[in-house]
Design a protein around this ligand. Structure first.
Ligand code: AVJ
Length: 323
């Protein structure tokens, strides 16, 4: 391990094309129809998501970045030296730069993401910019069990980094299972830094997921474009619409693709019927009051150590330690 030569390793555990086809066929064969939100992130979907992050209405990304910027020194001090940072759903790896700059001699940065080319590009660039950090990219679907590659060298603390409110895509009971699995994986002394979107005025939430520029719509509809391209589907994009709203009693934003007419679509040699107005569920994005999220973390065997928020209480960053 050189002291300053960039170190970059790539591990490909990418889900297969068959698993995409199986997920689509199973999801559209179900009643009501639903497609898992991880299917959004082909190369184009990852780009479209980055464009959502720049929207004036989509407060999540910039607010979380502001929190990380403002409290970076405090976060770094709590984490301490030589840590091994493992990021789930690393995307473009923008946010972790704030941590890597503030941390004292971080030893490893492991980036886990389902979007292979974006991951490769982002991790390679990061390795160039942080030559003292061992950068390891793992292309995997982290909602399923996978093996972390060995992280050699002196045994620093393992810290899971899960920003962006991606945790909001899980059902609350899945959050507990997911965090319990991570508690085991991080080992004794392991910690997590998790971004969670807060409950707030539904008007703000509805605007964030129904932006004027139509980027949320393009992102949602891109799933049909992906099915057409990769599975030989014949979705007519003009006959589906983006639907998103805050479901207050469930505490989540729900996304759907709405069929605008009665129609039959063929995908991978199969026929799927859609009624006029029928909804295909594509995503849930849960919003958590600070205490509610802490209770889930505790149920998963973590001790909530600290929570940082912005001045307007739009977003929260939780720091958890394995109890
Ligand atoms: C990446 C899951 C955090 O829920 O806000 C953005 C994805 N979906 N617009 C979110 C998303 C529609 C996003 N997360």
């Amino acid at each position: 391990m050189g002291d300053s030569a960039p170190s970059f390793a790539f591990h490909d555990l990418a889900p297969s094309q068959e698993s995409f086809r199986d997920a689509v066929i199973a999801g559209l064969g179900r009643e009501p129809k639903s497609l898992p939100c991880k299917l959004f992130y082909d190369a184009r979907g990852s780009q479209l998501f980055e464009k959502i992050c720049e929207l004036p209405e989509y407060y999540l990304t910039r607010t979380e970045i502001a929190i990380l910027d403002r409290f970076a020194a405090d976060i770094a001090q709590r984490i301490g030296p030589h840590c091994r940072l493992i990021e789930l759903g690393s995307g473009a790896s923008h946010k972790v730069r704030i941590l890597l700059e503030a941390l004292e001699r971080p030893a490893f940065y492991v980036a886990v993401d389902i979007s292979r080319e974006q991951l490769r590009r982002a991790a390679a660039r990061l390795a160039g910019d942080f030559p003292k950090v061992n950068v390891v990219a793992v292309c995997a679907d982290y909602t399923r069990p996978f093996m972390l590659p060995p992280l050699p060298g002196p045994d620093g603390k393992r810290v899971g980094f899960f920003p962006g409110s991606t945790i909001g895509n899980f059902e609350p009971r899945q959050v507990v299972k997911f965090l319990s699995d991570w508690a085991a994986l991080l080992g004794p002394g392991g910690e997590m830094l998790i971004g969670a979107d807060l409950k707030k005025d539904p008007k703000i939430l509805n605007a964030a997921y129904n932006d004027k520029a139509g980027r949320n719509a393009a992102f949602n509809l891109n799933l049909l474009v992906r099915i057409n391209r990769e599975l030989g589907g014949d979705f007519d994009l003009d006959r589906f619409a983006h639907v998103a709203f805050y479901n207050e009693s469930e505490g989540r934003v729900e996304l759907y693709l709405k069929s605008l007419a009665e129609q039959t679509v063929s995908i991978a040699g199969r026929q799927f019927h859609f009624g006029a107005g029928e909804l295909v569920h594509t995503e849930n994005s849960y919003k958590y009051a600070i205490e509610d999220f802490r209770a889930l973390a505790e149920a998963a065997g973590f001790e909530p150590v600290h929570t940082w928020t912005d001045r307007h209480s739009l977003f929260s960053v939780h720091y958890l330690r394995r109890a």
